[in-house]
Design a protein around this ligand. Structure first.
Ligand code: OGA
Ligand code: MN
Length: 291
């Protein structure tokens, strides 16, 4: 097997469609390296027509590093492995979750621009999302290149924010979409996600490229007064999600999309909840805290 990348936004070297790989097949390390290098270069990789079950998705994902366990693993879920996040509107009994259920209300947080697991002490390096069932319209996932966002900042702004540290909190970002974590999180979930500090600017250790890291889990910038922190975050987020920095992925069954969580933000888009949407995510853990 040999892999080919076709860049989707050649102007900013962001997002590429990868062809020539059947990701169910075992891969040796040498065959894997071009995929890792492609992710370093393009930050989002799209593989179409991949027939993955939970085990084969997990096995492929492990090439990138150790996998996280879903913080939702303490609840009844429609998947079998702790390493799978079930990004779905279908309950274990096969019915569609009501839009006002705890499950849907929690997942609504995915519709804010974010980097996965930035609220964990060791935030995610990368995510792999596989489409099992998709609605006839809506339900796209949008990505924004945070390396290009960093590059677009003025030298003064870069100097001001480099070295700043954000406080990341899952309860904060969920509250922004009306989910009351205090009331709804299980004790085990609360214990797992206290607020954590993360660098506001991330650097890829292989390429040296910097990226802004200011998604919706950032509740504030440590050491700044509330008003100054809110104003700075609002300005950065507006600049970081401009249309020309975005790639919109329109899902087909069998797509596997891999993104670099330290180099991109993403958000899900709404769809008509009378249609099933079943996606499975694996999440690659980072090496350590970033601040
Ligand atoms: C995710 C996520 C958005 C979507 O799986 O991490 O944010 O479109 N998904 O389902
Ligand atoms: Mn996400």
């Amino acid at each position: 097997m040999s892999i080919t990348f076709r860049p989707i936004n050649a102007a900013i070297g962001f997002a590429a469609e990868a062809t020539g790989m059947d990701l169910r097949q075992p891969l040796d390390h040498d065959a894997f390296l071009p995929i890792r290098d492609g992710l370093d270069e393009y930050a989002v990789l799209v593989f179409r027509g991949q027939d993955l079950d939970e085990d084969s998705q997990i096995a492929f994902s492990r090439h990138f590093g150790a996998l996280e366990k879903s913080i939702r693993r303490h609840r009844a879920r429609a998947v079998n492995h702790d390493e799978i996040s079930d990004i779905t509107n279908v309950a274990p009994d096969g019915t569609i979750y009501p839009i006002d259920s705890e499950h849907m209300s929690y997942n609504l947080g995915n519709q804010l621009w974010h980097a996965d697991s930035s609220f964990k002490a060791i935030p995610a390096l990368a995510s792999l999302l596989h489409a099992c069932e998709v609605p006839p319209e809506g339900g796209a996932t949008e990505f924004a290149d945070q390396r290009a966002a960093w590059d677009s900042l003025s030298a003064d702004m870069q100097a001001r924010i480099d070295g700043m540290v954000g406080e990341h909190s899952l309860a904060h970002s969920r509250a922004a979409m009306g989910y009351d974590a205090d009331a709804k999180f299980l004790d085990a979930e609360k214990a797992e996600v206290p607020p954590v500090p993360q660098a506001l600017v991330q650097t890829n250790s292989r390429t040296g490229r910097k990226a802004l890291y200011a998604g919706s889990h950032v509740a504030g910038i440590i050491g700044l007064a509330r008003a100054e922190s809110d104003a700075l975050l609002a300005a950065l987020r507006e600049q970081a999600t401009q249309p020309h920095l975005q790639y919109h992925h329109h899902w087909q069954v069998g797509d596997l999309v891999i993104w670099d969580d330290r180099a991109t933000l993403h958000r899900g888009r709404p769809w008509d909840n009378s249609f099933r949407r079943v996606m499975r995510r694996t999440t690659v853990a980072g090496d350590g805290p970033t601040a």
